[in-house]
Design a protein around this ligand. Structure first.
Ligand SMILES: O=C(O)c1cc(C(=O)O)c2c(n1)C(=O)C(=O)c1cc(C(=O)O)[nH]c1-2
Ligand SMILES: [Ca+2]
Length: 551
């Protein structure tokens, strides 16, 4: 079977993955979340049926894409688990489950997938280790401590593998860490470089902080980066400044809420772009920008496209030594930004909407943003960008000064003071949007009147847009050109997992994990009593679903 003949993963295969495989977080290094498979398409998707399912045995948020390498599927779940399955039959090959420490506090109990290299795979854990497993057996090959979980450091992302280096970034922006991106040798687990997202004393950018704030200023790097092999540049998103209220860390706070351009060999920062200065809203900009060759303004732009948590849809140009602002516009309602400076691309803040200590400040969108970590997708066929947006949410909190205790929440507000409020007159919340990045026009949107939308979007060459993310437990396929709902299937739980498409022995499949939890659940809980008729009893428990067209 496929596991005995396991196909070693090479630099060349990662650069040009076969159409039937899904070996990166977003299938390709450019982060587009696009599958070239078209056997399942707009005309036959109505005949899509489940062919097998598999219970993961754990609760909480199942966010990872099933990873596919020539007929073998690797599924990462919360609680540090990886399951290897036959991608065609659903038969289990092996299962790895990490023994997590009893005293581990998991603020975000999830995992976003495993990275592949040669005959190994790599799991980043919430107790802050990076573990290499033998792909054929699931046996641990090496296990490297990345940081100390007792200090509020943890890992939730899928590792990025570039030329034999396994690259991860730490979480902990709500616990006063200093963020970093770090690379390990794929064969040995030896640390090769570590680049802090906040510059230390004497380094350029440190002057955007006051005193010692930089030591605990956040800027965690908790999502997988994208990669441009032509220029050998990794693009990595960074998180919120810590703690949340802006006046607790005056200054621009480089490089929080930014995208960093890193050299994968040395970790050296080539350049950066900061999406907003002095973050005060928990607006992590960690979802890495998509690399798209964009026809716009009469030329081809090597672009970076990022629908931000800060509600701005960003189009940037990536150059060898700079990232230039091209265009930006709000894709959901926001009262925080009064505009964007045309040259620098710096958003202009309304001070009344900026959280500070000592009073309550309300702002739109909420601290979960116009879009949190769930990824948008780009279709090479339609040229549109598909965004899992949340509209009509506002939020607020009361800033307060609190001392940092290592390993404990350090929000700068009481958790019970965090508000989520529907805008008066709101007719819907979740909004699947299709944007034309060439013109800045919205092509279509699909609105969800009784649910937020909290799941990654995937596009296929069959002109399908695949997404879960709603509290009615549905998995859906939309027409990429028109937005027409073509197919839906009720599942065991809510879906916050990333949908994928793959092929084995000439048959195309679509797969997704269903398993509600983490912030999909928290938003849900925060809405109870505020939205009449809201479905708030989404059962938890993870299941892998695999679909094919009934013949
Ligand atoms: O600042 C951080 O380090 C950090 C980490 C994570 C994470 O690792 O999942 C989340 C957040 N922040 C965050 O702000 C957030 O809204 C969030 C939602 C989720 C999730 O899995 O649903 N994780 C995280
Ligand atoms: Ca955060």
């Amino acid at each position: 079977g496929p596991i005995e003949n396991y196909s070693p993963v090479t630099a060349e295969r990662l650069k040009n993955p076969e159409p039937g495989n899904w070996m990166h977080y977003r299938r390709t290094y450019d982060g587009q979340g696009y599958s070239p498979l078209d056997q399942i398409n707009t005309s036959n998707v109505k005949n899509l049926v489940p062919v097998w399912t598999f219970s993961t045995g754990v609760v909480e948020g199942h966010e990872a894409p099933p990873i596919i390498n020539n007929g073998v599927m690797f599924v990462a779940t919360p609680m540090g688990q990886v399951i290897a399955l036959n991608a065609k039959t659903g038969d289990e090959y092996w299962r790895y489950k990490r023994q997590l420490p009893d005293d581990l506090f998991q603020l975000h109990p999830t995992n976003r997938g495993v990275g592949l290299w040669e005959d190994k795979l790599y799991l980043a854990t919430t107790d802050d280790h990076l573990v290499a497993l033998d792909a054929k057996t699931g046996k641990v090959v090496w296990d490297t401590k990345v940081q100390d979980y007792k200090k509020g450091q943890y890992l939730t992302l899928m590792p990025l593998v570039v030329d034999g280096k396994v690259i991860v970034g730490g979480s902990g922006g709500e616990l006063g860490v200093r963020g970093y991106v770090v690379a390990f040798d794929a064969n040995t687990g030896k640390e090769l470089w570590r680049t802090f997202t906040i510059p230390g004393t004497g380094e350029p950018g440190n002057e955007t902080w006051k005193g010692d704030d930089w030591k605990t200023g956040g800027g965690s790097a908790w999502m997988t980066g994208n990669y441009d092999p032509d220029t050998k540049t990794v693009y990595w998103g960074t998180g919120n400044a810590a703690p949340w209220p802006g006046d607790t860390h005056p200054g621009d706070n480089l490089y929080t809420s930014s995208v960093l351009a890193l050299d994968p060999d040395s970790g050296k920062m080539k350049t950066y772009f900061q999406y907003h200065q002095n973050d005060s809203w928990d607006w992590d900009e960690v979802d890495a920008p998509m690399l798209v060759d964009l026809q716009r303004d009469g030329r081809t732009i090597k672009s970076l496209i990022h629908p931000g948590r800060n509600a701005i849809f960003w189009i940037l140009e990536r150059k060898p030594d700079s990232i230039k602002y091209v265009a930006g516009w709000p894709f959901v309602h926001t009262d925080v930004w009064k505009g964007i400076e045309p040259e620098s691309g710096k958003p202009i803040v309304d001070p009344a909407r900026k959280p500070v200590i000592g009073k309550r400040v309300e702002f739109c969108p909420s601290l979960w943003g116009g879009k949190d970590w769930p990824s948008a997708a780009y279709s090479q066929k339609t040229g549109l960008v598909y965004v899992p947006a949340n509209e009509n949410f506002c939020g607020g909190f009361t800033g307060e000064k609190v001392p940092l205790v290592a390993g404990q929440l350090w929000l700068g507000t009481k958790p019970e003071d965090i508000g989520l409020t529907p805008r008066p007159g709101a007719t819907h919340f979740g909004e699947l949007q299709a944007w034309d990045p060439a013109t800045g026009k919205k092509a279509w949107s699909h609105n969800f009147p009784k649910s937020h939308l909290f799941g990654s979007v995937t596009a296929t060459a069959g002109d399908l847009i695949l997404v879960g993310g709603t509290n009615d437990r549905m998995f859906r396929a939309f027409h990429a050109k028109t937005g027409e709902l073509l197919w839906e299937q009720k599942t065991n739980s809510g879906i916050m997992g990333m949908p994928i498409a793959y092929e084995v022995d000439g048959t195309q499949y679509i797969a997704v994990q269903s398993g509600w939890g983490v912030d999909a659940q928290r938003i849900q809980d925060a809405l109870v009593g505020k939205v009449p008729g809201l479905e708030n009893n989404v059962p938890q428990g993870g299941v892998v679903w695999v679909f094919a067209v009934r013949k």
